[in-house]
Design a protein around this ligand. Structure first.
Ligand SMILES: [Zn+2]
Length: 211
């Protein structure tokens, strides 16, 4: 079961991918975790990536692809994997197809959430200045002024301000649309309505993968 998650930031991909990974017993491969692993272990690929990042340049697709392939060739991925955060662009999707060869991506799960809803979710988020934990404003007790975990001060990150969120979504939108079109052309795209409770989205995802 080789799966890719697709969707805009805030659509709930990470949460759903983790749940699905546990249900299916296949690893959740997040591009963010993969990068952190290579950078913290200072692997060859990590040092290569760091070279670009130190110069303020984007890490080239070929380096990222190598990290992905290296990860999904490990034993725990023999029964499959769930990719999140990669591919981000059409060029990366094509490179991934070439790299996977005879074991291609089977299904692409596109969690669709409208821009209004995403802005509501993301702009309603506050974080702890001390431990960094993000909270959904409406999930916190009304009188909470400090972090329930560590007592740190809660604030809205510049990243989470509505106008910044909107700008970020506008930048991501064309890429997500491009990828959706690409995988629809390969008859791999499954659209999931992400504007419903987490468990309902989860059960749709299970149905979509035939589990
Ligand atoms: Zn905290």
């Amino acid at each position: 079961m080789r799966l890719v998650f697709l969707g805009l930031a805030g659509a709930g991909k990470g949460t759903q991918a983790l749940v699905l990974s546990e249900k299916l017993g296949i690893p959740f491969v997040s591009s963010g975790d993969m990068f952190r692993h290579h950078l913290s272990q200072s692997t060859d690929l990590g040092r290569l990536a760091k070279g670009y990042m130190d110069k303020g340049e984007l890490v080239p697709d070929e380096v990222t692809i190598k990290m992905v392939v290296d990860r999904i060739e490990q034993r725990d991925c023999r029964k499959g994997f769930i990719l999140d955060g990669f591919p981000r662009t059409l060029a990366q999707a094509e490179a991934l197809d070439r790299a996977l060869g005879k074991g291609p991506v089977e299904k692409v799960l596109y969690i669709k959430v409208s821009e209004e809803e995403l802005v509501r979710r993301l702009a309603g988020r506050i974080s702890c200045r001390t431990c960094g934990t993000p909270y959904q404003l409406d999930a916190l007790p009304a009188q909470a002024k400090t972090c329930p975990k560590c007592g740190g001060e809660l604030y809205q990150r510049a990243d989470d301000k509505p106008e910044v969120v909107r700008k970020r979504l506008e930048l991501q939108w064309p890429e997500v649309q491009g990828l959706a079109g690409y995988y629809a052309g390969q008859k791999k795209l499954v659209e999931i309505n992400g504007e419903r409770p987490v468990d309902q989205v989860g059960s749709d995802l299970l149905k979509a993968v035939g589990a």
